[in-house]
Design a protein around this ligand. Structure first.
Ligand SMILES: *Cc1c(COP(=O)(O)O)cnc(C)c1O
Length: 367
Protein backbone atom coordinates (compact mmCIF):
# COMPACT_ATOMS: atom_id res chain seq x y z
CA UNK A 1 0.00 0.00 0.00
CA UNK A 2 1.24 3.45 -0.88
CA UNK A 3 2.04 5.70 2.07
CA UNK A 4 0.77 8.68 0.13
CA UNK A 5 -2.49 10.11 1.38
CA UNK A 6 -4.47 12.40 -0.90
CA UNK A 7 -6.37 15.21 0.76
CA UNK A 8 -9.67 13.76 2.02
CA UNK A 9 -11.66 16.29 -0.02
CA UNK A 10 -9.83 15.10 -3.15
CA UNK A 11 -10.54 11.43 -2.40
CA UNK A 12 -14.24 12.25 -2.19
CA UNK A 13 -14.41 13.63 -5.75
CA UNK A 14 -16.33 11.58 -8.29
CA UNK A 15 -14.22 11.99 -11.44
CA UNK A 16 -15.88 13.62 -14.44
CA UNK A 17 -17.58 11.04 -16.65
CA UNK A 18 -17.32 12.14 -20.29
CA UNK A 19 -19.98 11.35 -22.88
CA UNK A 20 -19.31 7.89 -24.29
CA UNK A 21 -17.44 7.67 -27.58
CA UNK A 22 -17.92 4.86 -30.08
CA UNK A 23 -16.46 1.38 -29.80
CA UNK A 24 -15.51 -0.71 -32.81
CA UNK A 25 -18.75 -0.48 -34.80
CA UNK A 26 -19.73 2.84 -36.37
CA UNK A 27 -21.92 4.76 -33.97
CA UNK A 28 -23.65 8.12 -34.07
CA UNK A 29 -22.20 10.09 -31.15
CA UNK A 30 -24.93 12.30 -29.75
CA UNK A 31 -23.48 12.41 -26.24
CA UNK A 32 -21.10 15.36 -26.00
CA UNK A 33 -22.87 18.37 -27.56
CA UNK A 34 -20.33 18.59 -30.37
CA UNK A 35 -21.11 20.44 -33.59
CA UNK A 36 -22.35 17.96 -36.25
CA UNK A 37 -21.12 20.35 -38.97
CA UNK A 38 -17.54 20.08 -37.69
CA UNK A 39 -15.65 23.37 -37.67
CA UNK A 40 -14.97 26.26 -40.03
CA UNK A 41 -12.70 25.27 -42.96
CA UNK A 42 -10.74 28.45 -42.29
CA UNK A 43 -10.06 27.21 -38.76
CA UNK A 44 -8.73 23.83 -39.86
CA UNK A 45 -6.57 25.51 -42.52
CA UNK A 46 -5.17 27.98 -39.98
CA UNK A 47 -4.44 25.05 -37.67
CA UNK A 48 -2.64 23.12 -40.43
CA UNK A 49 -0.33 26.09 -41.10
CA UNK A 50 0.92 26.03 -37.52
CA UNK A 51 2.46 22.59 -37.92
CA UNK A 52 5.81 24.22 -38.73
CA UNK A 53 5.95 25.91 -35.34
CA UNK A 54 5.84 22.94 -33.01
CA UNK A 55 9.25 23.65 -31.48
CA UNK A 56 8.15 27.04 -30.14
CA UNK A 57 6.04 27.69 -27.08
CA UNK A 58 2.70 29.33 -27.82
CA UNK A 59 2.02 32.99 -27.12
CA UNK A 60 1.68 32.85 -23.32
CA UNK A 61 -1.23 35.27 -23.02
CA UNK A 62 -3.11 34.38 -26.24
CA UNK A 63 -2.66 38.04 -27.21
CA UNK A 64 -3.94 37.91 -30.79
CA UNK A 65 -6.88 35.75 -29.81
CA UNK A 66 -7.84 38.12 -27.00
CA UNK A 67 -7.63 41.04 -29.43
CA UNK A 68 -9.82 39.18 -31.93
CA UNK A 69 -12.40 38.40 -29.23
CA UNK A 70 -12.37 41.98 -27.97
CA UNK A 71 -12.91 43.24 -31.51
CA UNK A 72 -15.70 40.79 -32.28
CA UNK A 73 -17.69 41.30 -29.08
CA UNK A 74 -16.81 44.94 -28.40
CA UNK A 75 -14.96 44.11 -25.18
CA UNK A 76 -11.70 45.24 -23.55
CA UNK A 77 -8.92 42.73 -24.37
CA UNK A 78 -7.29 43.39 -20.97
CA UNK A 79 -10.45 42.01 -19.35
CA UNK A 80 -10.28 38.71 -21.24
CA UNK A 81 -8.35 35.60 -20.25
CA UNK A 82 -8.10 32.46 -22.38
CA UNK A 83 -8.01 28.95 -20.97
CA UNK A 84 -7.47 25.29 -21.77
CA UNK A 85 -11.16 24.96 -22.50
CA UNK A 86 -13.56 26.94 -20.36
CA UNK A 87 -13.15 24.00 -17.97
CA UNK A 88 -9.80 25.38 -16.85
CA UNK A 89 -11.33 28.80 -16.24
CA UNK A 90 -14.21 27.40 -14.18
CA UNK A 91 -11.70 25.54 -12.04
CA UNK A 92 -9.47 28.59 -11.66
CA UNK A 93 -12.41 30.77 -10.62
CA UNK A 94 -13.08 28.37 -7.74
CA UNK A 95 -9.39 28.10 -6.90
CA UNK A 96 -8.93 31.86 -6.91
CA UNK A 97 -11.82 32.68 -4.62
CA UNK A 98 -12.72 29.68 -2.47
CA UNK A 99 -11.10 27.13 -0.18
CA UNK A 100 -11.78 25.05 2.91
CA UNK A 101 -14.64 26.42 4.97
CA UNK A 102 -16.12 28.32 2.01
CA UNK A 103 -19.30 27.51 0.13
CA UNK A 104 -20.03 27.43 -3.61
CA UNK A 105 -23.61 27.24 -4.87
CA UNK A 106 -24.82 25.63 -8.07
CA UNK A 107 -28.12 24.27 -9.28
CA UNK A 108 -29.16 20.69 -8.71
CA UNK A 109 -29.19 19.71 -12.38
CA UNK A 110 -26.07 21.58 -13.38
CA UNK A 111 -22.77 20.99 -15.18
CA UNK A 112 -20.75 18.23 -13.49
CA UNK A 113 -17.53 20.28 -13.49
CA UNK A 114 -18.86 22.75 -10.88
CA UNK A 115 -18.91 20.16 -8.14
CA UNK A 116 -15.43 18.90 -9.01
CA UNK A 117 -14.06 22.46 -9.13
CA UNK A 118 -15.60 23.12 -5.71
CA UNK A 119 -14.44 19.96 -4.01
CA UNK A 120 -10.91 20.10 -5.30
CA UNK A 121 -10.25 23.35 -3.47
CA UNK A 122 -11.77 21.91 -0.30
CA UNK A 123 -14.87 24.11 -0.45
CA UNK A 124 -18.39 22.86 0.21
CA UNK A 125 -20.95 22.41 -2.59
CA UNK A 126 -24.35 23.86 -1.86
CA UNK A 127 -27.03 22.58 -4.19
CA UNK A 128 -30.01 24.74 -5.08
CA UNK A 129 -33.30 23.04 -6.01
CA UNK A 130 -34.71 23.62 -9.49
CA UNK A 131 -38.11 24.78 -10.72
CA UNK A 132 -39.29 22.37 -13.44
CA UNK A 133 -35.63 21.69 -14.30
CA UNK A 134 -35.00 25.42 -14.71
CA UNK A 135 -33.14 27.90 -12.50
CA UNK A 136 -34.96 29.00 -9.34
CA UNK A 137 -33.29 32.31 -8.52
CA UNK A 138 -35.00 32.60 -5.13
CA UNK A 139 -33.85 29.11 -4.17
CA UNK A 140 -30.25 30.11 -4.93
CA UNK A 141 -30.52 33.40 -3.04
CA UNK A 142 -32.04 31.62 -0.03
CA UNK A 143 -28.90 29.50 0.25
CA UNK A 144 -26.46 32.41 0.38
CA UNK A 145 -24.62 32.70 3.70
CA UNK A 146 -21.59 34.68 4.84
CA UNK A 147 -19.53 31.66 3.71
CA UNK A 148 -20.71 31.84 0.08
CA UNK A 149 -17.77 32.76 -2.14
CA UNK A 150 -19.05 31.83 -5.58
CA UNK A 151 -22.18 30.91 -7.56
CA UNK A 152 -21.87 28.87 -10.76
CA UNK A 153 -24.72 29.07 -13.27
CA UNK A 154 -24.83 27.92 -16.89
CA UNK A 155 -27.18 29.73 -19.24
CA UNK A 156 -28.44 27.96 -21.31
CA UNK A 157 -28.05 25.19 -18.74
CA UNK A 158 -26.51 21.78 -19.37
CA UNK A 159 -27.93 19.09 -19.18
CA UNK A 160 -31.46 20.54 -18.95
CA UNK A 161 -31.24 22.99 -21.88
CA UNK A 162 -33.31 25.50 -19.93
CA UNK A 163 -32.78 29.22 -20.47
CA UNK A 164 -32.95 31.70 -17.59
CA UNK A 165 -34.12 35.13 -18.82
CA UNK A 166 -31.51 37.89 -18.58
CA UNK A 167 -33.81 39.78 -16.15
CA UNK A 168 -33.64 36.79 -13.78
CA UNK A 169 -29.87 36.56 -14.21
CA UNK A 170 -29.65 40.22 -13.19
CA UNK A 171 -31.98 39.69 -10.23
CA UNK A 172 -29.77 36.81 -9.08
CA UNK A 173 -26.64 38.91 -9.33
CA UNK A 174 -28.30 41.84 -7.54
CA UNK A 175 -29.18 39.56 -4.62
CA UNK A 176 -25.62 38.29 -4.12
CA UNK A 177 -23.23 39.91 -1.66
CA UNK A 178 -20.43 41.93 -3.25
CA UNK A 179 -17.79 39.51 -1.97
CA UNK A 180 -19.35 36.62 -3.88
CA UNK A 181 -18.20 35.88 -7.44
CA UNK A 182 -20.96 35.11 -9.93
CA UNK A 183 -19.66 32.82 -12.70
CA UNK A 184 -22.05 32.84 -15.65
CA UNK A 185 -21.14 29.95 -17.94
CA UNK A 186 -22.23 30.69 -21.51
CA UNK A 187 -20.82 27.61 -23.22
CA UNK A 188 -23.99 27.58 -25.35
CA UNK A 189 -24.36 31.37 -25.59
CA UNK A 190 -23.91 31.40 -29.36
CA UNK A 191 -26.90 29.07 -29.76
CA UNK A 192 -29.31 31.57 -28.25
CA UNK A 193 -31.56 33.34 -30.73
CA UNK A 194 -30.37 36.58 -29.23
CA UNK A 195 -26.65 36.23 -28.44
CA UNK A 196 -26.79 39.88 -27.51
CA UNK A 197 -24.37 41.89 -25.43
CA UNK A 198 -26.54 41.90 -22.28
CA UNK A 199 -24.49 39.48 -20.17
CA UNK A 200 -21.23 41.19 -21.16
CA UNK A 201 -22.77 44.58 -20.35
CA UNK A 202 -23.74 43.31 -16.93
CA UNK A 203 -20.20 42.02 -16.34
CA UNK A 204 -18.74 45.37 -17.41
CA UNK A 205 -20.77 47.23 -14.78
CA UNK A 206 -19.78 45.10 -11.79
CA UNK A 207 -16.58 43.75 -10.28
CA UNK A 208 -17.89 40.33 -9.22
CA UNK A 209 -19.09 38.73 -12.46
CA UNK A 210 -17.12 36.37 -14.72
CA UNK A 211 -18.60 35.26 -18.04
CA UNK A 212 -17.10 32.09 -19.52
CA UNK A 213 -17.34 31.03 -23.16
CA UNK A 214 -15.85 28.26 -25.26
CA UNK A 215 -14.77 27.34 -28.78
CA UNK A 216 -15.77 23.72 -28.09
CA UNK A 217 -19.45 23.97 -28.87
CA UNK A 218 -20.79 26.06 -31.77
CA UNK A 219 -17.28 26.71 -33.13
CA UNK A 220 -16.61 22.98 -33.28
CA UNK A 221 -13.06 23.13 -31.88
CA UNK A 222 -13.52 20.85 -28.85
CA UNK A 223 -10.35 18.87 -29.58
CA UNK A 224 -8.16 21.97 -29.26
CA UNK A 225 -9.41 22.98 -25.76
CA UNK A 226 -9.94 26.73 -26.10
CA UNK A 227 -12.08 28.72 -23.69
CA UNK A 228 -12.18 32.34 -22.60
CA UNK A 229 -13.62 34.51 -19.88
CA UNK A 230 -14.53 38.17 -19.50
CA UNK A 231 -14.76 40.07 -16.24
CA UNK A 232 -13.41 42.89 -14.10
CA UNK A 233 -9.63 43.42 -14.43
CA UNK A 234 -9.10 42.26 -10.83
CA UNK A 235 -10.75 38.89 -11.52
CA UNK A 236 -8.74 38.47 -14.72
CA UNK A 237 -5.58 39.31 -12.75
CA UNK A 238 -6.39 36.62 -10.18
CA UNK A 239 -6.88 34.01 -12.89
CA UNK A 240 -3.73 35.06 -14.74
CA UNK A 241 -1.70 34.44 -11.57
CA UNK A 242 -2.76 30.82 -11.33
CA UNK A 243 -3.44 29.65 -14.87
CA UNK A 244 -0.98 27.51 -16.81
CA UNK A 245 1.60 29.85 -18.39
CA UNK A 246 1.12 28.41 -21.91
CA UNK A 247 -2.43 27.21 -21.45
CA UNK A 248 -3.71 27.54 -25.03
CA UNK A 249 -1.77 25.82 -27.81
CA UNK A 250 -0.44 27.63 -30.88
CA UNK A 251 -2.84 25.65 -33.06
CA UNK A 252 -5.70 26.43 -30.72
CA UNK A 253 -5.04 30.17 -30.81
CA UNK A 254 -4.71 30.24 -34.61
CA UNK A 255 -7.80 28.08 -35.17
CA UNK A 256 -9.91 30.16 -32.79
CA UNK A 257 -8.93 33.43 -34.48
CA UNK A 258 -9.83 32.03 -37.91
CA UNK A 259 -13.08 30.54 -36.55
CA UNK A 260 -14.10 33.88 -35.08
CA UNK A 261 -13.63 35.55 -38.47
CA UNK A 262 -15.85 32.98 -40.20
CA UNK A 263 -19.17 34.02 -38.71
CA UNK A 264 -21.02 32.46 -41.64
CA UNK A 265 -20.12 29.07 -40.18
CA UNK A 266 -21.61 30.13 -36.84
CA UNK A 267 -24.79 31.39 -38.54
CA UNK A 268 -25.13 28.13 -40.48
CA UNK A 269 -24.52 26.05 -37.35
CA UNK A 270 -27.10 28.01 -35.37
CA UNK A 271 -29.65 27.64 -38.19
CA UNK A 272 -28.99 23.89 -38.54
CA UNK A 273 -29.39 23.50 -34.80
CA UNK A 274 -32.61 25.51 -34.58
CA UNK A 275 -34.19 23.64 -37.49
CA UNK A 276 -33.35 20.16 -36.21
CA UNK A 277 -33.98 20.98 -32.57
CA UNK A 278 -37.54 22.00 -33.55
CA UNK A 279 -37.93 18.84 -35.59
CA UNK A 280 -36.58 16.64 -32.77
CA UNK A 281 -38.89 18.33 -30.24
CA UNK A 282 -41.92 17.60 -32.42
CA UNK A 283 -40.89 14.00 -32.97
CA UNK A 284 -40.18 13.48 -29.27
CA UNK A 285 -43.52 15.02 -28.34
CA UNK A 286 -45.23 12.61 -30.73
CA UNK A 287 -43.75 9.80 -28.60
CA UNK A 288 -44.99 11.23 -25.30
CA UNK A 289 -47.64 8.49 -25.00
CA UNK A 290 -44.70 6.20 -24.14
CA UNK A 291 -44.11 8.14 -20.96
CA UNK A 292 -41.40 10.52 -22.08
CA UNK A 293 -41.24 14.28 -21.71
CA UNK A 294 -38.87 16.42 -23.78
CA UNK A 295 -37.75 19.61 -22.04
CA UNK A 296 -37.66 22.68 -24.35
CA UNK A 297 -34.01 23.58 -24.96
CA UNK A 298 -32.03 26.69 -25.86
CA UNK A 299 -28.87 24.64 -26.46
CA UNK A 300 -27.69 22.12 -29.06
CA UNK A 301 -29.23 19.20 -27.21
CA UNK A 302 -32.54 18.08 -25.72
CA UNK A 303 -33.10 16.40 -22.38
CA UNK A 304 -35.79 13.74 -22.21
CA UNK A 305 -37.28 12.56 -18.93
CA UNK A 306 -38.80 9.09 -18.70
CA UNK A 307 -41.78 8.46 -16.44
CA UNK A 308 -40.86 5.91 -13.83
CA UNK A 309 -44.00 3.83 -14.11
CA UNK A 310 -44.64 0.13 -14.59
CA UNK A 311 -45.91 0.40 -18.13
CA UNK A 312 -43.15 2.55 -19.60
CA UNK A 313 -39.48 1.90 -20.28
CA UNK A 314 -36.77 3.39 -18.08
CA UNK A 315 -34.08 5.76 -19.33
CA UNK A 316 -31.49 3.07 -18.59
CA UNK A 317 -33.29 0.48 -20.74
CA UNK A 318 -33.79 2.91 -23.61
CA UNK A 319 -30.15 4.03 -23.34
CA UNK A 320 -28.94 0.44 -23.67
CA UNK A 321 -31.24 -0.28 -26.61
CA UNK A 322 -30.14 2.91 -28.37
CA UNK A 323 -26.54 1.84 -27.89
CA UNK A 324 -27.32 -1.52 -29.52
CA UNK A 325 -28.94 0.38 -32.40
CA UNK A 326 -25.79 2.49 -32.91
CA UNK A 327 -26.78 5.71 -31.10
CA UNK A 328 -24.76 7.01 -28.18
CA UNK A 329 -26.65 9.50 -26.04
CA UNK A 330 -25.93 10.76 -22.54
CA UNK A 331 -27.60 8.95 -19.64
CA UNK A 332 -27.62 11.31 -16.66
CA UNK A 333 -27.48 9.39 -13.35
CA UNK A 334 -24.31 11.31 -12.46
CA UNK A 335 -26.32 14.53 -12.64
CA UNK A 336 -29.03 13.14 -10.36
CA UNK A 337 -31.24 12.36 -13.36
CA UNK A 338 -31.31 8.57 -13.58
CA UNK A 339 -34.59 8.96 -15.50
CA UNK A 340 -33.04 11.37 -18.01
CA UNK A 341 -31.24 11.12 -21.35
CA UNK A 342 -29.59 14.05 -23.10
CA UNK A 343 -29.44 13.91 -26.88
CA UNK A 344 -27.19 16.20 -28.92
CA UNK A 345 -28.72 17.59 -32.11
CA UNK A 346 -26.79 15.80 -34.84
CA UNK A 347 -26.65 15.79 -38.63
CA UNK A 348 -29.90 15.26 -40.53
CA UNK A 349 -29.13 11.54 -40.97
CA UNK A 350 -28.26 11.11 -37.32
CA UNK A 351 -31.40 12.89 -36.13
CA UNK A 352 -33.71 10.94 -38.42
CA UNK A 353 -31.98 7.67 -37.59
CA UNK A 354 -32.11 8.39 -33.89
CA UNK A 355 -35.85 9.10 -33.89
CA UNK A 356 -36.48 5.98 -35.98
CA UNK A 357 -34.46 3.87 -33.55
CA UNK A 358 -36.13 5.41 -30.50
CA UNK A 359 -39.61 4.88 -31.94
CA UNK A 360 -38.82 1.22 -32.68
CA UNK A 361 -37.51 0.70 -29.15
CA UNK A 362 -40.54 2.32 -27.51
CA UNK A 363 -43.07 0.56 -29.73
CA UNK A 364 -41.52 -2.84 -29.14
CA UNK A 365 -41.51 -2.20 -25.40
CA UNK A 366 -37.77 -2.78 -25.30
CA UNK A 367 -38.07 -6.41 -26.52
C1 LIG B 1 -19.19 21.89 -22.70
C2 LIG B 1 -19.37 22.80 -21.55
C3 LIG B 1 -18.32 23.58 -21.04
C4 LIG B 1 -16.93 23.57 -21.47
O1 LIG B 1 -16.29 23.01 -22.27
P1 LIG B 1 -14.77 23.27 -22.64
O2 LIG B 1 -14.59 22.33 -23.75
O3 LIG B 1 -13.94 22.99 -21.43
O4 LIG B 1 -14.66 24.72 -23.03
C5 LIG B 1 -18.56 24.43 -20.00
N1 LIG B 1 -19.78 24.55 -19.47
C6 LIG B 1 -20.81 23.83 -19.92
C7 LIG B 1 -22.13 24.03 -19.29
C8 LIG B 1 -20.64 22.92 -20.95
O5 LIG B 1 -21.66 22.18 -21.35
Amino acid sequence: MSKLTPKPYISEIHAYVPGKAGGTKPMAKLSANENPLGCSKDASEAAAKERENFARYPNPASNDLREALAHHYGLESAQIVCGTGSDELLNLAAQGYAGQGDEIIHVRYGFAVYEIATRKVGATTIIAPDKDYGTDVDAILNLVTEKTRLVFLANPNNPTGTLTPQSEIERLHAGLPENCLFVLDQAYGEYMDDDGPSAFDMARKHDNILITRTFSKIYGLAAERIGWAYGHADIIDTINRIRGPFNVTTIGQAAAIAALKDQQFVIDSRAHNAKWRDWMMQELESLSNHGLTAIPSAGNFIMVIFAESEDSLSAATVNGALMDAGYIVRHLPGQGLANGLRITIGSEDENRGFIEALRAILESGGQ
